[in-house]
Design a protein around this ligand. Structure first.
Ligand SMILES: Nc1ncnc2c1ncn2[C@@H]1O[C@H](COP(=O)(O)OP(=O)(O)OP(=O)(O)O)[C@@H](O)[C@H]1O
Length: 852
């Protein structure tokens, strides 16, 4: 063949003008291989298309056949598979070319004629079988079968991944006349219809399959060849065809399958990894002919004249792409004599000493030929029945694809398209390598592939080893962890009464998280208690208590529940004590005692609860130094501790303080252990109680986290002042006539335990917080109006401006303001009057530490 790299051959044929058409020079055959077409957009320009052969309208059927087709048909007798398909716009002469008429027989009768002539020459041992089917609206119909085809035949894939039509009839033909009769009746079954462009337009793709097998006398081997002759339905421009609804549907199916054919061609040319054969029935059938192992030829039929110019351009562009499609090496199927000849429909013949015995003249509908061969093999008890030729074919195909794979791999490794280990690589797109020193190349590739396989093996072994090591390490680690956990659990005596928290983990938690967790357990515990499940409730309370040991009421409640359950002492308390003892049993005994005295909540307070002590508890554990702990005076220590807390709080950002206080506030409001207070203004004893409550509840006031400088005793007075200021401001607005306080100074002696109010706070903020907490103000007007430093106030009242300037934080303007206030009001009876004189709260606290 003149086409060494098994490319799809493309030949072009122009049909003559029909009687009703007006001849023009728009499409002309320039020479044997070139067709010139007028540009349909610009008539002054022409476009040349080149193909393997170009035939003018004057060329006869005979000439067309002799020039190219005969050679291809001949190749089938060499055991090849060949496909010829006609492509073109509707009415372009496809059917005329492939089929012809009685006067002008086309390719099909000529090919059959040639085949039978060849068979005769071969001594009559050839077997010629034909199948004939059409693809109509994406359904396959057997044209050789009598009667209704039903819904159409399915396309299947055999064991060698070759597509076949299940149930397609295959008929053994013994003579050309037999064929002519059979074909003539079958072709009538084909779907045709009259359209505006073609009176006898084919509405389907028709495929004639001719299978040939014979014994080559020279080699004594059976040769099997296959010829597919396809008349594609014409691509249609529905504006021109004037199709009705039914024709339109057919047209859509035709155009769709031709569109897919185009896509397949494009994919093959671009070397795409996926070729969309499966997108249409026609391309599935043509799979072997396009990009497969078949020799293929496309006959492009062109209708002459300006009317078809756009279609002609489209068709020729399509054909140009097709001629770039490279098929695989043609597969020559040879079966040694004495082995059975099989064919695609499953018939087989035993060939022995040149005589052929037919075993089956009828096709078996719906049966896969390979399966059938296998079945026969089983019947005969032979294992070697698998068709040798098929095996050869498969191995050839596999070899080919393996080579392609290795080629790609080597390309990637070497980073070059042109050289493979010093060998020049063929510069061919998609080309097979048989034209290029194939044996040396394959040998080289073979060595290459062996080396690569060995390397791959090594890599796989290494990877598996690594993976195994990793898995072993992981499982060891997991085992160790489990062991640790088990040990911990067996040592943890308290575990039975409920899960306990690791103190290290607890330390890492933020106060807010601890409170949140505590609250969650509290709520659950309360629910359980209500439902009468005391044991479970107790567990939850204990869990809550772990997170918030400052909840004194909770501690008491736990005790109560435990005693209720007959348990004397809380296991958890013991654990807590043990843990803390262990942790802080490093310094002297006094340190430890001091720590415990200050940190076991239920022992140092009997108020509601103090969330700030939670911080104190955790942070004091970290921050307590030996120097501080050596101070023996209990009160001093307490003050000092509170100072430390103040410092700690002062170091926190404003945002965090706010968040913290919000959390505290909400837990206060929602705590199921909140102590309920009733306040009676007239009851002095109760007022005193409330004052003691004030000390406790004040701990959570925002003032205790405000940043402010202080030192020594001033802390006490400042914090008291701040406290007073807040309450005074709040109540001043509420009370119309303030009552003069009896015993006003009693609670504000320096020996009184320090409140944590270390700075004045915004009354507004305080008011807001109080309202959000819903705690009734326990402060009586009496308390609020108590002068704090009579001596100082007396001095201020008597002082002139110069003296007033000596007060801390008082400048000229403020001194004048105080002076004027005293003049106007007579005297300053309380430090709060100074507020009215225009002094800021911060200055007031400074004044209280001044001496004048
Ligand atoms: N080379 C030719 N010489 C003489 N007549 C031709 C030739 N080619 C086609 N014709 C005629 O042109 C008409 C249309 O041809 P044909 O039916 O083969 O077209 P088609 O491409 O098969 O159309 P469709 O796709 O609609 O089936 C027919 O009457 C046919 O005889």
């Amino acid at each position: 063949m003149s086409n060494p790299i098994n490319k799809v051959q493309v030949i072009c044929r122009i049909r003559p003008f029909l009687s009703h058409e007006k001849p023009d020079e728009s499409v002309v055959i320039e020479n044997e291989t070139t067709i010139r077409v007028q540009n349909h957009r610009d008539p002054t320009k022409d476009v040349n298309f080149m193909f393997d052969a170009c035939y003018s309208s004057k060329i006869s059927q005979e000439e067309v056949y002799r020039s190219k087709i005969k050679e291809l048909v001949e190749s089938v007798f060499h055991g090849q598979s060949a496909t010829i398909f006609c492509y073109g716009v509707t009415g372009a002469g496809k059917t005329f070319t492939i089929q012809g008429d009685d006067v002008n027989p086309g390719i099909i009768p000529r090919a059959l004629n040639q085949i039978f002539a060849n068979a005769k020459r071969n001594g009559g041992n050839s077997q010629i079988k034909i199948s004939y089917y059409e693809v109509f609206k994406e359904n396959l119909y057997d044209l050789l079968r009598e009667g209704d085809n039903g819904p159409g035949l399915p396309i299947r894939v055999d064991a060698n991944r070759k597509t076949f039509i299940a149930g397609l009839k295959e008929v053994l033909i013994n003579s050309f006349d037999e064929f002519r009769r059979m074909y003539a009746s079958s072709v009538k079954k084909r779907h045709t219809a009259s359209t505006r462009l073609n009176k006898n337009s084919s509405r389907s793709h028709a495929v004639l399959v001719i299978n040939i097998s014979f014994i080559d006398r020279k080699t004594n081997k059976t040769i099997q060849g296959k010829l597919n002759l396809i008349d594609l339905a014409g691509s249609e421009d529905n504006r021109k065809t004037d199709n009705n609804r039914e024709r339109m549907k057919e047209s859509t199916a035709i155009n769709q399958s031709l569109f897919v054919l185009g896509k397949v061609i494009e994919a093959l040319n671009s070397g795409a990894s996926r070729i969309p054969y499966r997108d249409s029935k026609m391309t599935r059938i043509l799979q072997d002919s396009l990009g497969g192992g078949s020799k293929s030829m496309m006959i492009v039929n062109v209708a002459p004249g300006e009317t078809f110019l756009p279609d002609t351009h489209k068709t020729l562009n399509y054909a140009t792409k097709t001629k770039e499609v490279i098929n695989k090496d043609p597969v020559i199927e040879l079966v040694p004599q004495n082995q059975r000849i099989y064919n695609t429909s499953g018939h087989y013949t035993t060939v022995s000493n040149g005589t052929q015995q037919k075993h089956d003249n009828h096709s078996v509908v719906g049966e896969n030929n390979i399966l059938k061969c296998k079945r026969k093999s089983d019947e005969l008890g032979r294992n070697d029945f698998e068709p040798t030729a098929k095996r050869i074919s498969t191995s050839n195909n596999q070899l080919s694809s393996n080579i392609t794979r290795i080629e790609r791999k080597v390309q990637r490794t070497n980073g070059s398209n042109d050289k493979i280990n010093g060998f020049e690589r063929p510069k061919l797109k998609n080309a097979r390598i048989n034209e290029y020193n194939k044996s040396i190349y394959q040998q080289k590739i073979g060595n290459e592939s062996e080396n690569q396989n060995r390397e791959m093996e090594k890599m796989v072994v290494q990877k598996i080893q690594k993976f195994e090591e990793k898995t072993e390490n992981m499982s060891n680690d997991i085992a160790m962890r489990l062991e640790r956990l088990e040990r911990k659990l067996s040592q943890d005596k308290t575990y039975a009464s409920g899960p306990t928290l690791d103190m290290d983990i607890l330390d890492l938690m933020s106060p807010t998280t601890k409170l949140k967790n505590s609250k969650a357990y509290l709520v659950k515990g309360k629910e359980l208690e209500k439902s009468g499940n005391i044991v479970e409730a107790l567990k939850r309370f204990e869990q809550a208590y772990q997170y918030a040991p400052e909840l004194v009421q909770l501690s008491k409640h736990i005790k109560k529940l435990k005693s209720k359950l007959g348990s004397e002492k809380s296991d958890f308390e013991n654990q807590m004590l043990n843990e803390q003892n262990k942790k802080y049993d490093q310094g002297n005994k006094s340190n430890k005692d001091l720590f415990l005295a200050n940190n076991i909540p239920q022992k140092n307070s009997d108020g509601l609860f103090s969330p700030t002590q939670n911080i104190k508890l955790n942070n004091d554990k970290k921050r307590f130094s030996g120097h501080e702990l050596n101070i023996k005076d209990e009160q001093k220590q307490k003050n000092l501790q509170e100072n430390k807390q103040w410092k700690l709080l002062a170091s926190v950002s404003k945002k965090k303080k706010k968040e913290y206080m919000k959390g505290v506030a909400s837990s206060l409001v929602q705590s199921p252990f909140k102590k309920k207070f009733s306040f009676d203004k007239t009851d002095v004893d109760k007022q005193k109680n409330m004052n003691s409550f004030l000390v406790v509840s004040d701990i959570i006031q925002p003032g205790n986290i405000l940043k402010r400088k202080h030192s020594g005793n001033s802390t006490t007075s400042n914090s008291l002042l701040a406290n007073k200021l807040v309450n005074y401001k709040t109540l001043k607005s509420q009370l119309a006539t303030p009552v003069s306080p009896p015993n006003s100074d009693v609670e504000y002696t320096p020996s009184e335990p320090a409140s944590e109010f270390n700075s004045p706070i915004s009354a507004k903020k305080n008011k807001k917080l109080k309202s959000s907490l819903s705690i009734p103000s326990p402060i009586s007007p009496t308390v609020c109006h108590s002068p704090t430093n009579q001596k100082l106030l007396g001095s201020i009242n008597k002082a002139d401006i110069k003296v007033l300037l000596k007060l801390k934080g008082v400048g000229k303007k403020r001194a004048i303001a105080i002076n004027e206030y005293i003049k106007e009001k007579g005297e300053i009876s309380s430090v709060y009057d100074l507020l009215d004189a225009g002094l800021p709260k911060s200055v007031l606290s400074s004044i209280l530490t001044s001496k004048i």
